[in-house]
Design a protein around this ligand. Structure first.
Ligand code: PSU
Ligand code: MN
Length: 308
């Protein structure tokens, strides 16, 4: 796969100078947020990572090339282009061999980040086990990827369009640690808490980085979920979100929306029903994750010398 990769100048330079690199996904840009907020948020998130002393690497596929780091023009293109394919693991061979454009999900971004030797990845929310999965079998490929690919994913937990309890069960079966950054409760994306506990609470990025090093140096392959709650002032009201999510799920069922369309449809519906407040919350939590992700990447990078 190496021959398909193109690094941005900034990422190449960063790698040469031994700087910490933070991967960012692109489905959130093309399918998760509307233009122009998507491009603006992506830029601001990159700036937060730079301010935190790390180098941002937004990952996508353009013209069949794996991009590790996007230029301003490429980011702008991705934010507006129609026909960009939402790319999970199973979509990579087609998009690469046919020279198409793909916006990478958590799963695909993890694969490409590992290929580029990037250990920390910042996003909004991960995919998971969908409600009703006992019938539909709709379980995001993100979970399978977390079980096999060595990348830490900083997110705001799992959105309650999913069955959070079953998502945790799946991750447990697959041996994926779910860590709470300064929290005991697993955050539920728009809200700081859910009825579920994380596996372990981490109070600092230093102890989190040390756990990552320990896991991978022991040869325990697979990812780690670092769940970071949305800031208090940006969180939405739990009961209100639950009823909005219920009606979004009901509409998806009525319209028979399945497969890869399910998550973008539900995200779009929630945004519509909250009149944009969910978008503001989404932007705030991604930025908050970028702050933690940059710090974590810098800590992780600084530990390299201790072990080799
Ligand atoms: N959850 C969110 N926002 C998102 C996604 C998930 O709150 O933008 C995107 C991510 O790219 C994630 C993907 O990897 O949706 C999961 O899609 P699916 O459920 O089809 O695997
Ligand atoms: Mn799915």
């Amino acid at each position: 796969m190496e021959s398909f990769i193109e690094y941005s100048e900034e990422v190449l330079e960063g790698k040469k100078n031994g700087k910490a690199i933070v991967a960012l996904e692109s489905t959130i840009i093309s399918h998760g947020m509307p233009y122009p907020q998507n491009v603006q948020t992506a830029r601001e998130v990159e700036d937060i990572i730079r301010a935190g002393g790390a180098v941002p690497a937004t990952i996508a596929i353009l013209n069949g090339k794996i991009k590790i780091g996007l230029s301003q023009e490429e980011l702008e293109y991705l934010g507006q282009a129609s026909g960009v394919i939402k790319a999970s693991r199973r979509d990579l061979p087609y998009i690469l061999s046919s020279g198409k454009d793909g916006a990478t999900t958590v799963a695909a971004t993890m694969i490409l980040a590992e290929l580029a030797d990037i250990a920390v990845f910042v996003t909004g929310g991960i995919g998971g086990v969908h409600r009703g999965a006992e019938k539909t079998m709709d379980i995001s490929a993100d979970l399978e990827e977390l079980s096999r690919t060595n990348v830490a994913v900083v997110c705001a937990g799992a959105k309650s369009i999913l069955d959070i309890g079953l998502t945790l069960e799946y991750l447990e079966t697959k041996g994926v640690p779910v860590l709470g950054y300064q929290t005991d409760s697993l955050p539920a994306f728009y809200t700081r808490k859910s009825p579920y506990q994380v596996n372990y609470r981490m109070d600092t990025c230093e102890e989190t980085a040390s756990l990552l090093r320990t896991k991978w140096e022991l040869g325990l392959s697979g990812g780690v979920v670092v769940a970071n709650p949305i800031p208090e002032q940006d969180a939405l009201e739990e009961n209100e979100m639950n009823s909005i999510i219920e009606s979004a799920l009901q509409e998806a069922e009525e319209k028979n929306i399945t497969g890869k369309e399910a998550t973008p449809f539900l995200l779009g519906k929630v945004k519509e029903l909250t009149e944009g407040r969910s978008l503001a919350a989404n932007i705030a939590l991604v930025k908050n994750n970028a702050r933690v992700g940059a710090k974590l990447a810098v800590e992780y990078e600084s530990m390299k010398t201790t072990y080799v």
